[in-house]
Ligand binder design. Structure first.
Ligand SMILES: Nc1ncnc2c1ncn2[C@@H]1O[C@H](COP(=O)(O)OP(=O)(O)OP(=O)(O)O)[C@@H](O)[C@H]1O
Ligand SMILES: [Mg+2]
Length: 240
């Protein structure tokens, strides 16, 4: 098992319950979907896995995160990146004033130059339009291009688990195909993906395994095929 959380609970400083009981498992090279309504705790789960709870003043109050057999609960983001977890956040996916090239040059510093260059090439192969944008400020790119840059940047650290929070939020439906196909290629290359999206349709059908988060708790999980054409996610278009 690559990643395992056990009964994870998170509190924000104002007393808000971020998540109450989240146990998920992700195997190497698999695509796993985390689905849930607004406020269900998807982003909080991401933050717990990527170390970004601290920036919100939040903390894990119960449970643990085990990555590759090692307890990494509460580690800082840079240590988790080194361990092999890279996350694309739900908002502020890029630094608007940095060029695209600078995004890639400033990532994965614990990796060798050759490893990072190879990862950038792999990413540009996934998203060829970004090749022509290397000198542009990331803030001038379209939302879809920014998502692509954020994903490539995450890949530069050569993660074993890539987490993408809000894959399609605010993006045109025509981007579903390139973005989700890229995840499939990334997973085939050996990097597991945890994907979160407000619209469950493509997420569930792309993933092999799904978790449903409701009110901070995992209330259902199983193979994606078992969820298609059910109304478990409260979304009627699954499987369309
Ligand atoms: N920075 C924060 N400070 C206080 N409470 C927060 C903070 N971030 C999230 N919460 C609370 O934690 C709970 C889970 O929120 P979270 O953002 O994880 O949900 P989500 O599933 O990502 O929702 P969305 O679909 O809107 O992104 C909510 O009750 C929310 O109000
Ligand atoms: Mg969120």
């Amino acid at each position: 098992m690559l990643l395992e959380t056990e009964n994870l609970a998170v509190r924000y400083p104002n007393g808000a319950i971020g998540i109450e009981d989240v146990s998920i498992r992700i195997e190497t090279g698999r695509i796993v979907a985390l689905v849930g309504a607004n406020g269900a705790g998807k982003t909080t789960t991401c933050r717990a896995l990527s170390g970004f709870l601290r920036t919100e003043g939040a903390q894990i109050v119960r449970g643990k995160v085990v990555f590759d057999g090692v307890d990494v609960t509460g580690r800082e983001p840079h240590r988790l990146v080194k361990a092999g977890i890279a996350a694309v956040p739900e908002r502020n996916k890029v630094f608007p004033n940095l060029s695209v090239r600078e995004h890639f040059l400033s990532a994965g510093m614990h990796r060798s130059g050759a490893e990072r260059e190879e990862a950038v090439e792999f990413g540009l192969h996934l998203f060829p339009t970004i090749r022509g944008r290397m000198k542009h400020s990331a803030g001038t790119l379209s939302g879809g291009e920014q998502q692509m840059v954020a994903i490539i940047r995450a890949l530069v650290s050569r993660p074993r688990l890539l987490i993408v929070d809000e894959m399609m939020l605010g993006l045109h439906a025509s981007l579903q195909r390139p973005l989700f196909e890229a995840l499939e290629t990334i997973a085939r290359d050996g990097t597991a993906c945890l994907v979160i999206d407000e619209s469950a349709t493509r997420t569930v059908t792309t993933a092999q395994y799904c978790y449903l988060l409701e009110g901070g708790r995992i209330t259902a999980h199983g193979n994606s095929a078992d969820f298609v054409n059910t109304d478990l996610f409260g979304i009627s278009d699954i499987g369309a």
